[in-house]
Design a protein around this ligand. Sequence first.
Ligand SMILES: NC(=O)c1ccc[n+]([C@@H]2O[C@H](COP(=O)([O-])OP(=O)(O)OC[C@H]3O[C@@H](n4cnc5c(N)ncnc54)[C@H](OP(=O)(O)O)[C@@H]3O)[C@@H](O)[C@H]2O)c1
Length: 346
Amino acid sequence: MVAGGDSRGMRLLVLGGTEFVGTAVVEDALARGWDVTVLNRGSHPAPPGVSVLRGDRTAPGGLGALAGAAGSWDIAVDTWSWAPVAVRDAAALLADRVGCFAYVSSRSVYAYPGVPGAAEDGPLLDGDPGDTEDGGLAGYNRMKRGGELAVLRAFGERRTLLARPGLILGPGENIGRLPWWLHRVARGGRVLAPGPADLETRFIDVRDLAAWLLDTAAAGAGGAYDVVCPPGHTTIAGLLEACMAATGSDAELVWTDPEPILAAGVRPWTGLPMWLPPGEMYDYVNGIDVTRALGAGLRVRPVADTAADTWAWLRGLDGPAPQRPDRPPVGIDPAVEAAILGQVSG
Ligand SMILES: NC(=O)c1ccc[n+]([C@@H]2O[C@H](COP(=O)([O-])OP(=O)(O)OC[C@H]3O[C@@H](n4cnc5c(N)ncnc54)[C@H](OP(=O)(O)O)[C@@H]3O)[C@@H](O)[C@H]2O)c1
């Protein structure tokens, strides 16, 4: 807990810190004037002003630089999403040197299909903090829960902050979901817009997640939080219209019922990124009670800003947008889109 709510001069350790979520956390902390250290293997540069420790968390002795580093930190943020044993080892090493350990978890730790509208008390999956198997994408949910349990074991309830985002969007996104829609809308013409247009599309802007995480950790408010925009923030139509505005596109959005899209073999969520037709998965992803995170100060920027800033970031890149190698590419082939549009238009 920061006395009097004054968090100036905080010391932050980010395990990771150089791709999507980690970069947003580091940038937010630097903007607060905090002292920031990152630990990673050095595949991507850290921003100026950040202290860098090198280590491979999957290798024997990979935390040596962390073990040998002097001092302590007020907050550690860990973005690990593979075998939880890496979280376990880091948390055990840091238990006496860090005040609050914040783990970027995921709403996928909740059992499926769960209880629509449930909050953080919803039924959870099992996980094993000692799990050494990187179960790949199929094991992702279990690994995230194992990571949570690893932090809880080392830091206890009060000093553990578990952030459970659903979908994360914004500048730096390395899955390609919002980038795909922005590029598709920018290309123009008739765009297959998956309906119903008023489907809720719940997500969190990475910068809002980062700000909330640091505020909440600095306030010493431990526990688990679903960190997702509140209901009514936007819809699939709102998102696509934000992409139109961001790119200045004159594309025509052709709103199309789910049936012909599904019949053409298009996969929800990945084929047309973020789109889920009404049903169990839609309820699981979008039926979220975020009262707790809002009570802890979560603020979300308009979807228009998320789209505009992501487009500005994409336009400013020297090369292709970053893409996580362990996530499948998203989007559909233009020929598939054209075939569906041809079918629904007559
Ligand atoms: N995207 C979404 O929609 C979404 C939704 C819900 C939850 N999440 C969660 O959000 C988090 C996203 O995190 P991020 O990947 O953007 O975090 P990040 O901290 O920005 O990037 C991952 C970091 O891990 C480091 N790293 C990778 N392998 C390593 C190793 N063996 N040893 C040491 N460091 C290693 C990378 O650097 P080096 O490669 O240089 O080592 C990099 O700095 C994940 O936990 C994910 O589960 C994402």
